[in-house]
Design a protein around this ligand. Structure first.
Ligand code: G6P
Length: 476
């Protein structure tokens, strides 16, 4: 059997099974940013990627695709319900996003989470070469680092947490809070989006496990006696900035942007929201603010249109079903009250679009509204900025999104403060071109200087040096 020096373990494989035309279907690259981020490393190292093919009961042997070795992990319908929809997305997701929705603590979901995490760990242990490096991704797989270390002490293990890590007062609700911390501490480096997330994690470790922490280092008892140091640190993720710039320069995409504005009835101002349909994104707060601005007469439907793209997500989880109903009711009410024959207050799309169309939308939008109540990073904010090659446009950005730590020149908002958000939107609508340019140039500088390749390089460099200093040769 073939082995790999570098292995990525993520809940999803970087491909989807396309069964549109019926029949057996074929593999298609999935649009996610993580694939783009890791592709160069995967090619360079002939790496393997362990993940779920995205639908229940798909059993496939490992195969090669686009220069990557893919190792599918099959999930049964019950696994999907209890591990993915249940524990991952109805326990951990709401708990880690500050309980915006109420987390449900179900013991059989925890059982499934352990069982499925073990399956991922076993698949990674089987494919990783002696002394290799394994990089585990995100909250669905928090137990994998420790499971893998127990199976394969020779490996160097990294973990990156793409979502927030909550304050201790919330984290401590989790009935399995100790096991999850121990699971994560199986890694040599535990990466977070924000400095605050790494701090919350270190505090939980001190309070729950009584381990010592010093700067970013955590002193973890080692399996064979003694200690090793696990590093918990912020590595803010980014996008492949150049890809967005290239798309934004394409004449056909620029023409498409003009066409979109035309189709919207050429309003003076196009506002845009782009999110997975998720309660963490603050879509309702955004709609409320916009609806009130029209109601108050501060914004006219003839002059401004809000385009809201809400891509379908986790549609069998109850809190998502409810959210969709609420959003669609709100959109229909606002439009019903205010639309004219020629202009709609809100154009709502419950659809996902290819990247080309997204860049055309970014180019068509004068104002981008990112109003998340809590968000690990929010890459849409960075995509918008990267696409604005004309240095125009205004990013309105929630301080509760990780991106706010880096994108200081955005118009910052607290999405809970509806009046403040309304004022910020009006300010964005009225912002003089010179100020837009000043802010946008500063924002673009940041995403140009820190793209997703820098992110993966920084993480993997830290992982390599952590592994060196934890190696027996070094401590001897
Ligand atoms: C967030 C998570 C990812 C997840 C993505 C889409 O960005 O951090 O791990 O893959 O949402 O969610 P889904 O449940 O469809 O994988």
């Amino acid at each position: 059997m073939s082995t790999a020096d570098f292995v990525v373990v993520a809940n999803r494989l970087p491909v989807d099974r396309n069964t549109d035309g019926g029949g057996d279907g074929e593999w298609r690259r999935s649009p996610g940013g993580l694939v783009t981020a890791l592709e160069p490393v995967m090619r360079r190292t002939e790496g393997a990627w362990v993940g779920w093919p995205g639908k229940p009961d798909l059993e496939f042997e490992p195969f090669d695709f686009d220069g990557m070795h893919l190792v599918p992990v099959a999930l049964s319908a019950a696994d999907v319900e209890d591990y993915y929809e249940g524990f991952s997305n109805d326990t951990i997701w709401p708990l880690y996003h500050d309980v915006i929705a109420a987390p449900r603590y179900r013991r059989n979901w925890w059982e499934a989470y352990q069982r499925v995490n073990r399956r991922f760990a076993e698949a990674a242990a089987a494919v990783a070469a002696d002394g290799g490096t394994v990089w585990v991704q995100d909250y669905q797989l928090q137990l994998v680092p420790k499971m893998l270390r127990d199976m394969r002490p020779d490996l160097t293990i990294g973990y990156f947490h793409h979502i927030p890590f909550p304050a201790y007062g919330l984290y401590s609700q989790l009935p399995w809070r100790k096991q999850v911390l121990e699971g994560l501490l199986g890694a040599d480096v535990i990466g977070f989006q924000r400095i605050a997330d790494a701090g919350n994690f270190a505090r939980a470790v001190r309070r729950q496990l009584r381990y010592e922490t010093k700067a970013s280092g955590i002193r973890v008892p080692a399996e064979g006696g003694g200690h090793r140091t696990a590093l918990a640190k912020a590595f803010p993720i980014s996008i492949s900035t150049d890809d967005y710039i290239e798309l934004a320069q394409r004449p056909d995409i620029q023409a498409r942007a003009a066409e979109i504005r035309e189709d919207l009835g050429n309003p003076k101002t196009v506002l845009l929201g782009v999110d997975r349909l998720d309660y963490t994104k603050g879509i309702r707060h955004r709609l409320k603010a916009f609806g009130e601005l029209i109601e108050d007469g501060r914004v006219s439907v003839e002059d401004a249109t809000l385009v809201q793209v809400a891509s379908p997500s986790r549609e069998r989880v109850e809190s998502y079903v409810q959210l969709r109903d609420e959003i669609e009711l709100t959109v229909a009410r606002i439009n019903g009250d205010h639309d004219t024959w020629g202009h709609s207050a809100i154009r709502y799309m419950h659809q996902a679009f290819p990247r080309e169309e997204m860049v055309a939308l970014y180019l068509a939008a004068d104002i981008m509204l990112v109003t998340a109540l809590r968000d690990g990073m929010n890459l849409v904010a960075k995509e918008y900025v990267a696409s604005r090659i004309d240095n125009r446009g205004v990013l309105v950005l929630s301080e509760f999104a990780g991106a706010a730590d880096e994108l200081a020149s955005a118009v910052r908002i607290n999405p809970h403060d509806i009046d403040g958000m309304k004022d910020a939107i009006v300010r964005a609508i009225e912002m003089p071109a010179a100020e837009q340019g000043r802010r946008m140039r500063a924002l673009r500088k940041r995403v140009r200087e820190h793209d997703v390749e820098d992110w993966s390089r920084a993480f993997l460099d830290a992982l390599a040096s952590a592994a060196r200093s934890n190696s027996p040769a070094h401590s001897a």
